[in-house]
Design a protein around this ligand. Structure first.
Ligand code: HEC
Length: 107
């Protein structure tokens, strides 16, 4: 019971971190950050943080929701987005649609 509560709190903290980063990313694009090297580095850093958070999500916590396959897909899209952002010139196809990948688990 207590253990389950801790897991839920941790999950929520991570989810809010993802949500904050999605917003930071949208702001970065809206402010034209891809135009400068510093801005591009910032975008890659945000995506890297999201990827780290996604990697730290416990797949076992989702088996009840049959979302373990979705977690794998979410992680792959974040990796593709981060790798694209690190390329020179950068490729923002996946970064631009990253909020859509939340829909693997959220309606
Ligand atoms: C692998 C599945 C999965 C993915 C992918 C996922 N989430 Fe979640 N998320 C959950 C689960 C499970 C919960 C907790 C139960 C619920 O509210 O449905 C949750 C809850 C949340 C919450 C509410 C937290 C609270 O305080 O209750 C937010 C905000 C959130 N997610 C944002 C995001 C965003 C933004 C993304 C995409 C960047 C994302 N999630 C991707 C599974 C996922």
């Amino acid at each position: 019971m207590e253990l389950r509560q801790i897991r839920t709190d941790e999950l929520r903290t991570k989810m809010w971190s993802l949500a904050t980063h999605v917003r930071d990313l949208q702001t970065a694009f809206a402010e034209g950050k891809p135009a400068t090297a510093d801005g591009r580095a910032e975008i890659a850093r945000i995506l890297g943080s999201m990827e780290e958070t996604a990697m730290s999500l416990d797949a076992r916590a989702y088996t009840r929701h049959h979302a373990d396959a979705s977690l794998g897909a979410f992680r792959s899209e974040l990796r593709a987005a981060r790798e694209g952002a690190e390329r020179d010139p950068p490729e923002y196809y996946f970064a631009g649609r990253i909020s859509g990948s939340c829909a693997y688990c959220h309606r």
